[in-house]
Design a protein around this ligand. Structure first.
Ligand SMILES: Cc1ncc(COP(=O)(O)O)c(C=O)c1O
Length: 452
């Protein structure tokens, strides 16, 4: 690797960063991460911090999971690539599908369609949903419903069901026939409703209303994250997802659970759907499926959906979709090792305990700092602080203040993520109590500096 002077000199010069303004990356070059161990990352200057971001919601088992690294190396040696398009397959994907089937059995999901990441999984699920209805003879069901504030990746399909203008406006026009309903976001919502249970009911009524308006027979699927993540960590009331399930079933609409973040333990349950007691028809997974060590994903498919495809005799169920890296053997080997480790470590238990600790810590910080308008969490290791410049009016925070919180927190020992007005925490699920306290202390220091 080149020396640190070279890296700093060239930082952001010849590449564009995702989710960043190219000019901003040049003016404020990003932190250069050069190493990692356990739940800690080290930058080019040798500064080590607890990674409160967990890579990007994906490094659930930390950076030192040797069995996954060994599995990747061994697979690279034995069979570094082979396609699973019609006619060929590889041994790793066969075994993985059986293990995923066991893992997702409580969710009612029995088939896997492999992808190379979260956006690919969302695209796949949207396509399979439309195809399912066509195979069944309801070709008019093509529309998609989703939540405002939801995040579903950045392919055109995913961006079209996304609920944040940032990911949409510069890329419009998007896919026709995608409609959004209000999110169960108690801090800000069009109903001025602060009670989570009442708000859930109002959002469900809005869903019913939209279905009536569009016509149920035109809608293929409703897609949602069990807890909204990138949109600012919004855990809904416990009645919300079961309510969505009921409405979807009543109207013949497929429910797609986008569990790119929540599958494999992050909510304190093995899946976000299980957390709310819901069985979806399709589930998008990626990220923690390989602990972030290899780009890989899987769309899990419910038995009853699979039966429609598998019993088709018209030819319409032939899948005209897939990626060169669908079922990459190295990804599959990584996922197999990752699943074994994830189960062995029983990560939801620690995610729930550390999530509670962080949530209580953030609520204490809210008592101390006026700038914290809202604290969201309470369901595992996905939490957020929403900062405001005035608690009474909930007026937006300025960029400088929130960036100062992040910078000083980093200097004080924790990497946290800023997304709009939110500071988001999504640390590895193997975080210790002491590590969680480091994050809280670092945030305390950041907030103190930003509000001094
Ligand atoms: C819920 C959800 N869906 C989809 C995606 C897109 O995944 P990827 O960035 O791997 O394409 C993300 C990424 O954060 C996500 O959080």
């Amino acid at each position: 690797m080149k020396d640190s002077n070279y890296l700093k000199e060239m930082n952001a010069r010849s590449l564009w960063h995702p989710m960043a303004h190219p000019a901003d990356s040049l003016a404020n070059p990003p932190t250069i991460v050069t190493g990692a161990k356990g739940v800690r990352i080290t930058d080019v200057d040798g500064h080590e911090v607890v990674d409160g971001v967990g890579g990007l919601w994906n490094v659930n088992l930390g950076f030192s999971c040797q069995p996954i690294k060994d599995a990747i190396a061994a697979q690279l040696d034995r069979l570094p690539y082979y396609s699973i398009f019609r006619g060929t397959t590889n041994d790793a994907v066969i075994q993985l599908a059986e293990e995923l089937r066991d893992f997702f059995e409580p969710d009612g999901l029995t088939r896997a369609f492999y992808t190379s990441g979260g956006s690919d999984s969302v695209e796949t699920a949207l396509r399979l949903a439309r195809q399912y209805h066509k195979v069944r003879g309801e070709a008019a069901r093509t529309k998609f419903l989703s939540l405002k504030k939801g995040y579903h990746g950045t392919h055109f399909g995913g961006a079209s069901v996304n609920g944040n203008a940032n990911f949409r406006t510069q890329y419009e026009p998007l896919l026709a026939g995608c409609h959004h309903i209000p999110a169960p976001y108690t801090y800000r919502n069009p109903f001025d409703e602060t009670d989570p249970a009442k708000l859930a009911q109002k959002c469900l009524s809005a869903l019913e209303d939209e279905i009536a308006f569009q016509g149920a027979g035109t809608i293929a699927a409703f897609i949602m994250e069990p807890t909204l993540g990138a949109g600012g960590v919004i855990p809904p009331h416990e009645s919300f997802m079961p309510g969505v399930r009921e409405i979807c079933s009543k109207h013949g609409i497929l429910l797609i659970a986008d569990e790119v973040i929540t599958a494999f333990g992050r909510t304190g349950s093995w899946t976000g759907s299980r957390h709310w007691g819901v069985q979806p028809d399709l589930m998008c997974t990626a990220k923690a499926i390989t602990n972030g060590y290899f780009p890989f994903g899987a769309v899990m498919i419910a038995e009853h959906v699979a039966e429609v495809f598998e019993s088709d005799e018209s030819g319409r169920a032939a899948i005209g979709h897939g990626y060169t890296y669908s079922g990459h053997p190295v990804g599959a080997a990584a996922a197999l090792a990752c699943l074994t480790e994830t189960l062995k470590l029983n990560v939801p238990q620690n995610a729930a305990a550390r999530g509670k600790q962080l949530h209580q810590g953030l609520l204490k910080l809210q008592d101390k700092y006026e700038v914290i308008g809202d604290v969201r969490g309470g369901h595992g290791l996905m939490l957020a602080l929403e900062l405001v410049s005035d608690r009474a009016t909930k007026a937006a925070i300025d960029k400088k203040t929130i960036n100062t919180v992040q910078e000083v927190a980093y200097r004080s020992g924790a990497m946290v993520r800023v997304s709009g007005p939110n500071i988001i925490l999504s640390p590895p699920l193997v975080l210790t109590e002491a590590d969680a306290q480091v994050i809280l202390d670092a945030l305390d220091a950041g907030l103190a500096a930003a509000t001094a």
